[in-house]
Each structure stands twice: as C-alpha cells, then as structure tokens.
Write a protein that binds this ligand. Structure first.
Ligand code: HAM
Length: 403
C-alpha cells in the first residue's frame, strides 16, 4: 500500500472543518486590519531563499526540498511565505510605487525536518506582510492582530519579544559576541562553531544545554541597542502595555531566519508539547533591498495552522440542511429529482438506497441534517413527503408542492 510521505498529512473531515474555520476567521480579521490576499507559487528559485532566509539558517542549510527541474533550473518548494511575497512585491514594481502595501496569505510550506508531534515536513501557515511603514506602531499592530486571531480562536498564549537591533548597533554587538564565543569556543557544539562564522547571534538559541549555560554570560544585544532601536523597543512595550497584551522580553529570541532586524516576536503555547511556537514574526527592513528592490521597511508574521488546530475551540455545531431518502426502489428517481431542485437553495444529502425509516433517521443524524425527509409508498401515491425536524423533534407530512 502506498502511504503519504513522512511528515505529510491528509486533511479531511473534522480536521478540515477546523482548518477552514481557522482560515475564515483569520481572513476576516486580516481584512478588518486592511490586508489583501496574495497567492504566490509553491515552487521558487532556490536563490530566493538562500538570499532571504539566509545560508546560515537551518532552513536553507538542511531543510530545503531542493531539486533541478527538467529545464535545468535550481528550484525549491517554499519553506516559508515571506520571501515569495517580497519577490512578488518587487516583481510587480510596488517598491517603486511607494505607499503602503499590506498582504495576507495561507498555504503549504515545506521543510525537511525530523517529524514529530507538531513538526511536519508539509505544514500550513497563515501569514501577513506589511510594506512601507517604518514606524513601530506597525510592529505593535502585527502583534495585536495575532493576539486578536488567537483570542477569537479561544487560544491562550505567552508572547515573547526582543529587539535584534539594526545596522547601527548590530555590527558592534556581533563583534563583541564573536569575541565572547571565541573565549568559550573549545566547549561549544559543532553547530555553534559553524554559527560563529556564519551568523553568530544564532548561537543564542542553541538547544544544547551545555552551550546555553555557557552563553548565560554572553553580552546581550538588548543592552547594546542604539538610541533609535532602544526608543522603538520602549515604544513597542508601551503600546502593548496600553492595550493589555502581556509579554516577556526574551533576550535570546533571535528567530531562525536571517532577515530580521529590530522587533522580533514569538507566540508560544504551553499546551501542545515541545513544538510550542504557534506564531512568529518581526521586522525585516533590509530584505526588499537584499532582493534588489528599492529599500522598503517591512514587518510581518506567520502562524502554524496545524499547531493551532490542536488548540482551537470550535463553536457548537448546529444542525444544517436536509437529508432526503426513499423507502422503496420505485421512489428513488423522485427523491433524486427532488434533491436536485432543493439543492438550488439548500444543503442536501441524498441517500439513493431505499431503507426503512429508522435507518434513514440514523443516517440523517450522522450527517447532522436539520430535517430528515423521507418518501415511502404512501407519500409517493399521495404526492407528499414525510419531514422530521431533528432539532425541534417534530414531524409532519406535507404536499410535495409545498416542500
Ligand atoms: P517561522 O517562525 O519559521 O516564521 O514559522 C512560523 C510558524 O510556522 C511557527 O511559529 C510554527 O507555528 C509554524 N511552523 C514552522 N515550522 C513548522 C513545522 N515544521 N511544522 C509545523 N509548523 C511549523 C516564518 O516562517 C516567517 N516567514 C514568519 C514571518 C512573516 N516573518 C515575517 N513575516
């Protein structure tokens, strides 16, 4: 038997209901915030992710579904959504147009990670990207939007924030961090030794306990921010306080993608196991320029839909639509024709197989229909239909012309 690939799931039935419930709810909120839908391809040139997510990241270094296509192009299934949206933004010359451009998207992302609970190789994100606003108010707005979406889903969270500085303060900090790493280099893991040369701040979120204990004494970027980054970070905290959004400052929060500067944030849940990040994002003011666009400030986030599906409180499901069935073979045609008419205005489940009333009632209940409608020999002769309201638990026989 052929099975789905490891870490790649089918989404159907109850899961699909959760999935679409979340997408609809998040879409509604994103539109309320003034964001517009964007769809970008699942497959992009590999160079796009190397230049944006960054060669030093685990995503690019180890996790890409990368191959040479039949035309000899080096391509890759998208591991995340931001790079493609930025590419589209530049390709459509919106960077040159100026002004504000705000997009949301949802879809499958692919990372060749070691699958475990909450960590998939094909997973889905809901994300938003905002271009053209340098102000920290937009960063706060992103966080408020995630908080609104989570609240609407009935999901509790912890919010972690940090500032990653900018080109004014980051280089000097990086030098002091590298000096520190060199002082403990003999004792750190191989990954951190590599990170020291590629992207030293990534050592700060190394999962190795020995490394973590050594880095407790490392210089903190939050203590080395320039005036601009410091005042933006203070303002961000002030806005979150004023809007009663609780947060923790996590000085080791560096995010796994290289394009961030200034604000970085992550929402985590304590109720889904070790893969606890349910949303993450931040500011990436230099990415448009890195991808050959006109310098444009930008900020965004993405939420992991499969992780959220574990936590969503679904609203009580009410009965809906009709179930129509027949009790004898001669009535089946009538039932099919009637169903066709009724489907022009309502949701109808039709059972072509004649069966007794008890079994029809069971089947109607299974599909959560509001009405169970059955035609037997008597109804056929009289031109009527038996209808039971499964909510009100009342039943009656009505002329077909009134149905
Ligand atoms: P990210 O933190 O890599 O950010 O991913 C965002 C979310 O996707 C995570 O918080 C997590 O919920 C979910 N996720 C990531 N990897 C997996 C996986 N293997 N299995 C299941 N869920 C996963 C980004 O992707 C950035 N593009 C976010 C962003 C948008 N930053 C600015 N704009």
């Amino acid at each position: 038997m052929i099975k789905s690939l490891r870490g790649m799931n089918d989404i159907l039935s109850e899961d699909y209901e959760r999935f679409t419930y979340f997408i609809n709810l998040a879409t509604d909120i994103a539109q309320r915030y003034g964001f517009h839908f964007i769809e970008t391809p699942l497959l992009e040139e590999t160079a796009l992710f190397k230049r944006s997510v960054g060669e030093s990241s685990d995503i690019v270094g180890k996790e890409m579904y990368q191959f040479i296509d039949k035309g000899g192009n080096d391509v890759c299934l998208r591991p995340e959504g931001t790079a493609g949206v930025v590419r589209a933004f530049i390709q459509k010359k919106l960077d040159k147009a100026g002004g504000l451009h705000r997009y949301f998207y949802h879809g499958a992302m692919f990372r060749y990670e070691r699958p475990q609970k909450g960590r998939l190789r094909q997973f889905h994100q809901f994300g938003v990207e905002s271009f053209g606003v340098a102000s920290v108010y937009e960063d706060a707005t992103m966080i408020m939007m995630v908080a609104d979406i989570l609240q609407a889903c009935g999901i509790g969270y912890r919010l972690q924030i940090n500032s990653l500085g900018d080109q004014n303060c980051m280089p000097a900090y990086r030098d002091s961090l590298v000096s520190f790493i060199e002082s403990v280099e003999d004792s750190i893991c191989e990954d951190c030794k590599r990170r020291k040369d590629t992207n030293p701040i990534r050592v700060l979120d190394c999962k190795n306990e020995k490394c973590q204990s050594l880095y407790a004494d490392a210089p903190k970027l939050i203590d080395a921010l320039c005036d601009g980054c410091q005042s933006d970070f203070d303002k961000l905290k002030e806005i979150l306080d004023a809007n009663e959004i609780a947060y923790e400052v996590d000085t080791n929060l560096v995010r796994g993608l290289d394009y961030y500067s200034k604000t970085a944030f992550e929402f985590v849940s304590d109720n889904i196991g070790s893969q606890s990040a349910i949303a993450g994002g931040g500011r990436y003011d230099r990415l448009v320029e890195f991808l050959d666009g006109r310098p444009t400030p930008a900020v965004g986030f993405a939420m992991g839909i499969e992780r959220l599906m574990e936590l969503i409180e679904m609203p009580q499901k009410s009965r809906e639509g009709y179930y129509i069935g027949s009790m004898d073979a001669e009535t089946v045609d009538m039932v099919v024709n009637l169903t066709h008419q009724k489907r022009k205005s309502d949701k109808v489940t039709c059972d072509y197989k004649p069966k007794n009333l008890k079994n029809h009632l069971k089947a109607a209940d299974k599909v959560n229909a509001k009405y169970c409608c059955v035609i037997g020999e008597n109804e056929r002769k009289d031109g009527t239909i038996w209808v039971k309201d499964l909510e009100a638990k009342s039943e009656k026989v009505i002329p077909l012309k009134d149905f």
